[in-house]
Design a protein around this ligand. Sequence first.
Ligand SMILES: [Zn+2]
Length: 369
Amino acid sequence: MSKVKTKAKRGVKTARSTKIAKARKPAKKSAAKAKVKSAPKKKGGYYLGIDLGGTNIKIGCFDSDMNLLGKTSVPTNVDMGPQYVVDQMALAGRNLLSSAGLELKDLAAIGIGTPGPADYKKGVIFKSCNMPKFVDTPLRDMVSGALGHKPAILENDANVACWGEFTMGAGKNVNDMIFMTLGTGIGGGVVCNGRLVQGVSGNAAELGHVIIYPGGRQCNCGQRGCVEAYASASATAARALEAVRTAGQTDSSLKPILEKKGTITCKDVFQQAAAGDTLALQITEGTAEALAIMCVNMLHTTEPAQIVFTGGMIAAGEVLLQRIRHHFQRHIWKLKPENPEICFATLGEDTGIIGAASLAHYSLLNNLI
Ligand SMILES: [Zn+2]
C-alpha cells in the first residue's frame, strides 16, 4: 500500500511541481505573457475546462496550478446545432479569459467533457441522445478552431469527472482509483497506474453496464442485470414503486407517499429508510448490495486503493457508504484482507470543469495532444 502511495505522489507531483513552478509566473503578468508567447506551448499557460451537457455548458478558466480564475454557465441550445453551440462555447471562453486579464494567446489547452458514446480519440461525437443534431460532429477540432487552434481533448464526461477527483479531489493521494457517478444512470471512470483507462475508442469504464445479476432486471442499454438497473437513483425508485404496488396491504411509509404524489423518488426511499421503514430499508439494502458487488468486481479487475462515489444519491450520506462497506466485506473473498477506501467525492459541482481543465493540462504535459 505504501508503494502505491509513493508512486501516486510521484505521479501527481511531476505534474504538480511543474504546475507550481509555472504558477509563480503570473505574479508578473507581462513577464508571464511574454513567456507564453516566446516559449513552447507546453510551458504553463492557462486552461479552459468545458462541461458540455444537453441543457447547459459550464466553462471554467484555470491557471496551470488548476486554480479557478472564473467560471460561467450558458444554455446549450442544442436545437441550434453544433456550430452554434461551439460558437457559444468559444464566446464564453474568450469572455472568461478577458475577465481574468488574459488573451487567447495565453490559452494553453482546452478540455471538453461530453456524454458518450463517441470516438474520443478522434474527438468525434457520432450520435447523442441529448444532442440529436450532433451527428458525426468533430467537436474537438471545431472547439479548437474557434479558440485559436489551441490543443484540445474531448473525453467522456464521467471520465473527466473521475480525472478531476483523481488529480484534485478525493483521489489525490492514490494512484489507482475507481469512480462511480450515481444519478439517473450510473457512470464510471477508472484510473489504473496513474492513467485514465480509455479503451480502444475511449469508451472504457461504462461501469453502470457491468452485469451483476445475469438474466436480471432490464436495463435501458438493452442488457439485463446491469448494476445500473438496480442501483441508480431511478432504479432504486422503480424497485421501491414495484415493491409497494405488489405488497398489497403494506404498512410501509412509502405507501402514503405514493398515494399522495403518485410516485416515489430515490430520496423518499432513503429518507424513509433513515426513519426506520422496513420496506425502504430493504430497497436501500438492495441498492447498497448491488454497488458492493460492483466494488468486489472492480477490486478484482484493477485493485484500486480507493472507490469513490459521487452524484445526487450521495446525499443519502454515510449510512449508504456503511451499507456498501458491509456488503463488500460479505461478498469479497477471504483469501486475504481487502480494504479499499470506499468514500464520497469531494469536488462538488465544479468537478466537470476542473477535470476537463486538469485533463487538458496533463495531456499537454505528456504530449498526448
Ligand atoms: Zn445496462
